[in-house]
Design a protein around this ligand. Structure first.
Ligand code: 2BA
Length: 109
């Protein structure tokens, strides 16, 4: 058995949730925050048989798209701001960041 942890953008989370349910995958959704952009994203915990992981990865890939997002620059605190250029920077986020972990034991009481 494997635990698949997938960090996806909030905009994709409902579509992915529906696709997981439709394809008989069980999942838990956690509200999370990206460390870099500090904006909300969604983390899915999905426990599944190892043999189903390729199908699951394909499902995640099909339902999550990458987007360009502007990052607001953080102004320098208390320092000399003369050389500071307040241009927003564009970063590409997602489709999905996925970790596949081995499960030592699984219990469902
Ligand atoms: P954030 O940390 O908010 O990162 C959003 C996007 O900003 C990243 O997209 C990447 O394009 C960029 N970025 C992140 N850190 C950067 C840095 N130090 N310098 C320059 N650009 C940087 P993704 O790579 O698609 O990541 C989307 C979200 O997935 C991340 O949101 C984070 O919540 C999660 N994530 C990504 N890699 C991770 C990892 N190794 N461990 C845990 N979570 C991760």
């Amino acid at each position: 058995m494997k635990l698949v942890v997938a960090v996806v953008q909030d905009q994709d989370s409902n579509r992915l949730s529906n696709a997981l349910t439709k394809n008989d995958f069980r999942a838990t959704k956690l509200a999370s925050t990206g460390g870099f952009l500090r904006s909300g994203n969604t983390t899915f915990l999905i426990g599944t048989e190892a043999s189903l992981v390729p199908e699951l990865l394909e499902l995640i890939n099909d339902n999550c798209r990458s987007r360009d997002q502007m990052v607001a620059p953080i102004s320098p605190m208390g320092g000399n701001a003369d050389s500071y250029i307040p241009y927003p920077v564009e970063v590409e986020v997602g489709g999905a960041t996925v970790f596949v972990l081995p499960i030592e034991q699984f219990h469902h009481f």
